[in-house]
Design a binder for this molecule. Structure first.
Ligand code: ZN
Length: 149
């Protein structure tokens, strides 16, 4: 089960984010199917200490090679960076870039999967996943999400 901060972030983005967030996308593996863009639970390919298994991570499926999806993703990344201290996330990854809990940016290299070209990954550390009260950041997050087009 996902941590409350993950569930509340997911629900808030779903309800107050742009229309694209509520659309589905075609997942090709293991078999072609339409899936929602907000995914907190771990896929079968994840193992070990993966933060999705621990319920501390959220993926937002937005393809960086599709201009419209990347435009929305870039705005969401900006929202998360602006909200960093309130949301107290521990890591953010998208499209060859990664930010740590201090908001410092690093290049994310390697394969397309490792560079996260297909989705934003946001995660919380074990401590903040437990301590963060989503009610403390939701009103501001909602305001910012409503500006995303
Ligand atoms: Zn992820």
């Amino acid at each position: 089960m996902a941590a409350r901060v993950v569930e509340e972030t997911k629900n808030t983005i779903y309800h107050f984010g742009p229309d694209l967030i509520r659309s589905t996308y075609l997942e090709k593996y293991p078999k072609p199917r339409q899936l929602g863009r907000l995914q907190a639970t771990a896929g079968p390919h994840k193992s070990g200490g993966d933060p999705h298994i621990a319920g501390r991570a959220l993926d937002i499926i937005l393809d960086a090679t599709v201009e419209q999806e990347r435009a929305v993703a870039d705005q969401l990344v900006d929202v998360f960076l602006t909200m960093r201290e309130r949301m107290r996330w521990g890591g953010l990854i998208y499209n060859g870039e990664e930010w740590n809990s201090a908001g410092i940016k690093f290049p994310r290299t390697g394969s397309a999967i490792n560079r996260h070209l297909s989705h934003i990954h946001i995660e919380w550390g074990a401590k903040s996943a437990e301590q963060v009260d989503p009610d403390d950041f939701k009103p501001l997050l909602i305001c910012m999400l409503m500006q995303v087009r």
